[in-house]
Design a protein around this ligand. Structure first.
Ligand SMILES: Cc1cc2nc3c(=O)[nH]c(=O)nc-3n(C[C@H](O)[C@H](O)[C@H](O)COP(=O)(O)OP(=O)(O)OC[C@H]3O[C@@H](n4cnc5c(N)ncnc54)[C@H](O)[C@@H]3O)c2cc1C
Length: 461
């Protein structure tokens, strides 16, 4: 094992970095996987918000093969609930079920969409690429509900293959009849089999990583002495550090070592937050859909998914489950005391639950940092902090280390690339080899010691 490199965080990024650099990883939680972990509660398995593997990246697919992750391929069955009707995803090419005047407006505005070679923000991007009808009917309300900020405050450099841009014939055809057209990167996707949820990927990576030290939250980093302090006061040394800790937090750990302009820049970075309401329902085959989006502000959640349609083994026999994702922010707080009952009432309202359905499990899972907000501050702040960290021989990577809209395959690639960078930096880094304190080494816990199911999920009684 190469203990000159230390990895902070054992989500997908940190685990891939540890594997590739043959370095130890230190993780704050008592299980691996970060936001791509899964929680087992009373025989149900829930991911932390919907997770599907839509990658076409051969390096990632080869890695999954190598570490023995078995997946099944699914054809997407996803919908949008708008104006009291379910239309297939993506909305842009499936307006057929909407009220006729709205359908005509969406098509008409699409055909007359604005010429704008350089949209200044996401809202202008929508008007230029999709037209005002589609934007105002679906994308703007969904965006406000999901991101918690008006789309005029967002950039559009993240849209790429995340927001499908339809052709004229697709829009026209979709306004005439509803069809589940396989458009977009997740038209087919993979999901792990064998009832372990998405966590199967992180667990398999952990089994191959040289050492993963759980329950080790870093509380301070001294870049001069090249030491990390953990919450129990013990320290570990490094020559090059790979950090997957959220960018503002890693700068906090460096405290006064970080220049004021870096601290000030990362202080402007924003994310949305998501509370996932997980329900176990005493009825089999609740739906044949994978997931549904809800742009309407009268419904508490922006998205629901049906875990058993990804892998039937994640629910007990004869049961179903639902994960409802509710976005919140300081400007859009949620009433935590009421949210579970509100979600259940809304699921009845949209016809997913029957009023007499028996809910056998109510649990919540909080994701305080969920999707990084692409506002005008993001790019410059992330670059300034990343450049300064590299000067300290700290490679920041991953979804929150780079403050990026990464899917899990991109997070994994980020970890692999960071390991390459760290190995190159090691050639020039100060030679003193700081070794982990023996006490910490003796407590290294590997696969067998991992407790799964408690972290991140709170069961409501
Ligand atoms: C709601 C939601 C839905 C998603 N859906 C999909 C999807 O469908 N498909 C897809 O491909 N991707 C999806 N993603 C994205 C995917 O989950 C992420 O890109 C990926 O899991 C990020 O991994 P990471 O290791 O970079 O970050 P994280 O998972 O956040 O890992 C960072 C780790 O660092 C640890 N840490 C933090 N601070 C410290 C500290 N001080 N000391 C030690 N350790 C620390 C954390 O505990 C965590 O385990 C989704 C993400 C979210 C939030």
């Amino acid at each position: 094992m190469n203990e000159n490199i230390v990895v902070l965080g054992a989500g997908l990024t940190g685990l891939c970095a540890a594997l590739r650099a043959n370095a130890p990883a230190y993780e704050a939680a008592d299980s691996v996987g970060g936001v791509a972990a899964s929680d087992r509660v009373d025989g149900f398995v829930f991911d932390r918000g919907i997770h599907v593997l839509q990658t076409r990246n051969q390096q990632v697919l080869d890695l999954l093969d190598e570490i023995g992750v078995q997946t099944a391929v699914h054809e997407r069955n996803a919908h949008i609930y708008s104006h009291d009707c379910y239309t297939p995803y993506p909305f842009q090419i499936n307006t057929a079920g909407l009220p006729l005047p709205l359908r005509i407006r969406c098509v008409w505005d699409f055909l007359r969409r604005e010429e704008n070679e350089e949209p200044a923000n996401y809202e202008e991007w929508m008007y230029a690429n999709l037209g005002r009808g589609l934007a105002q009917t679906f994308l703007i309300p969904y965006s406000e509900k999901f991101w918690g900020v008006p789309p005029a405050e967002l950039t559009h450099d993240w849209t790429g293959n995340r927001v499908p841009k339809p052709s004229t014939s697709q829009v026209l055809r979709g306004a005439l009849w509803n069809r589940n057209t396989p458009v977009g990167t997740n038209a087919t996707f993979r999901y792990p089999v064998n009832g372990r949820g998405y966590a199967a990927i992180a667990d398999a990576l952990m089994r191959r990583a040289p050492a993963v030290y759980l329950s080790h939250r870093a509380t301070a980093i001294d870049p001069l002495r090249r030491r990390i302090r953990f919450q129990d006061g013990r320290e570990v040394g490094y020559r090059v550090l790979i950090s997957t800790v959220p960018l503002p937090h890693v700068i906090d750990l460096l405290a006064d070592f970080a220049p004021a302009e870096v601290r000030e820049a990362v202080g402007r970075l924003r994310t949305n937050s998501i509370l996932v309401v997980n329900l176990g329902v005493a009825r089999a085959n609740l739906s044949d859909r994978h997931w549904v989006h809800f742009p309407g502000k009268d419904i508490s959640f922006f998205r629901i998914s049906f875990p058993a349609n990804f892998d039937p083994a994640v629910v007990p026999p004869g049961m179903s489950s639902i994960s409802a994702e509710v976005a919140y922010s300081p400007d859009q707080p949620i009433d935590r005391a009421m949210i579970v009952e509100r979600v259940i009432a809304d699921l009845v309202k949209v016809g997913v639950l029957r009023p007499d359905d028996r809910i056998v499990l109510r649990a919540t899972s909080d994701i305080p940092l969920a999707y990084c907000i692409y506002d005008k501050a993001r790019k410059g702040a992330a670059r300034l902090a990343g450049d300064w960290l590299i000067e300290q021989d700290i490679v920041t990577c991953g979804r929150y280390g780079l403050w990026a809209y990464f899917w899990s395959d991109e997070a994994m690639m980020s970890g692999l690339n960071a390991a390459g960078k760290a190995l190159r930096l090691l050639k020039q880094a100060p030679a003193e080899p700081p070794c982990p304190a023996p006490a910490i080494r003796a407590e290294a816990r590997h696969v067998a010691a991992v407790r799964r199911g408690q972290a991140g999920t709170e069961q409501c009684r």
